[in-house]
Design a protein around this ligand. Structure first.
Ligand SMILES: [Mg+2]
Length: 360
């Protein structure tokens, strides 16, 4: 008997997760040899506890039903296990939250039949996990503007739908945010900048389809680091829509690096988000844990190569003329990624717009 253990967050996606899961379960129960075991979370932090317990009780396929917050908690539960114990588990997600970026980053299909097949018998591939100040994350950790947006988004009333939550929160935050001077150490190389934000991507996106770290792969043992420099507010407004396609990195004040170890210190305490949860304040240290977990999905390519936005349309009724299974069809990339070597950021002819930071 193939047992699937579901950790269901019943309040994810403003309560939509229960409907999403009921539909999926109806499909799964018609699959011979599959048995669904369902545990519901009872509050913040419970998904972490349940995921760890499920692993200790010997379940081999553990699926989080919810959004990125639920995935974040479940992943932290699995990371409490030994590497050997984690290696026996296939972890997956049923996207049912207001932000489903982990599902997007791992190429999870939204079609219930395709998803049921994948969850029941699809292969699991090694996936890297990031760690920031002791908190594990799947998608993106960030400091500065995006963390402040996450803080505001978490405070918005729950009737604001998915991706719009972050747009409202971003506009609200923009009206009062000041860029900050930071010192960034990327695998030992130092950058000093005045920044709007620094995003450290294991996966490419967050916030319901924002590809802040385009081209990030969850299986290459390195972070994609995006440093958004001292952008004036009008530039932020014009760049914000481009984050959904990843084309914001074409702006001359946006730099892209790859690094395995990142340390960031700031002139004032800045909020730090990981998978949209506020986890700490600066200074922050980040590290990749390569091949930390095995994940059910379609890794092995740029994690933002999946088709866009499950969040706004997740599990909406599909008409007959829609293309089949979103997550399995190839999609055009997000446009060119401006990559620069980490070695010496001053040799590319660009002006260092930061100023020196005296870090106590
Ligand atoms: Mg990577």
């Amino acid at each position: 008997m193939n047992e699937l253990l579901f950790v269901v967050n019943p309040v994810a996606g403003h309560g939509r997760s229960l409907r999403v899961f009921a539909r999926l379960r109806a499909v799964l129960e018609r699959v011979p040899g599959v048995r669904c075991v369902v545990w519901h979370t009872r509050g913040p932090g419970h998904a972490r506890e349940l995921a760890e317990r499920a692993a200790l009780e010997g379940y081999g396929r553990i699926l989080a039903v919810g959004g990125d917050g639920t995935v974040h908690e479940a992943l932290n539960g699995l990371m409490a296990l030994s590497p050997a114990a984690r290696g026996r588990i296939a972890f997956g997600v049923v996207p049912a939250g207001s932000g489903n970026d982990f599902a997007r980053n791992t190429g999870i299909p939204r079609d219930p039949a395709a998803l049921a097949t994948l969850l029941a018998s699809g292969p699991a591939s090694p996936m890297d996990v990031g760690v920031v100040n002791g908190h594990y994350f799947a998608n993106v950790a960030g400091v500065g503007f995006d963390a402040e947006v996450a803080r505001q988004a978490n405070r918005l009333p729950k009737f604001v739908p998915g991706a719009l939550t972050y747009v409202f929160a971003a506009l609200w935050t923009l009206s009062r945010y000041r860029n900050a001077a930071v010192r960034i150490v990327l695998d030992g190389e130092i950058l000093e900048r005045r920044v709007m934000l620094v995003a450290v991507g294991n996966g490419a996106g967050y916030g319901g389809g924002m590809r802040i770290c385009p081209g990030a792969r969850m299986d290459d043992g390195t972070f994609r680091v995006v440093v958004a420099g001292d952008l004036p507010k009008p530039s932020v407004l014009s760049l914000l829509p481009k984050v959904f396609s990843g084309r914001h990195v074409e702006h001359p004040l946006v730099e892209v690096y790859d690094a395995r170890h990142v340390r960031i210190e700031a002139e004032r305490p800045l909020a730090v988000q990981a998978d949209g949860e506020i986890v700490a304040a600066s200074p922050l240290s980040l590290e990749v844990v390569p091949s930390a977990v095995r994940v059910i999905g379609l890794l092995g390519r740029s994690s933002d190569a999946t088709t866009r936005d499950h969040a706004a349309t997740a599990w909406a009724p599909r008409s007959a003329d829609e293309p089949p299974t979103a997550g399995t069809s190839p999609a055009p990339g997000p446009g060119p990624v401006v990559e620069r070597p980490v070695a010496d950021p001053h040799q590319d002819g660009r002006v260092d717009t930061g100023r020196r930071v005296d870090i106590a």
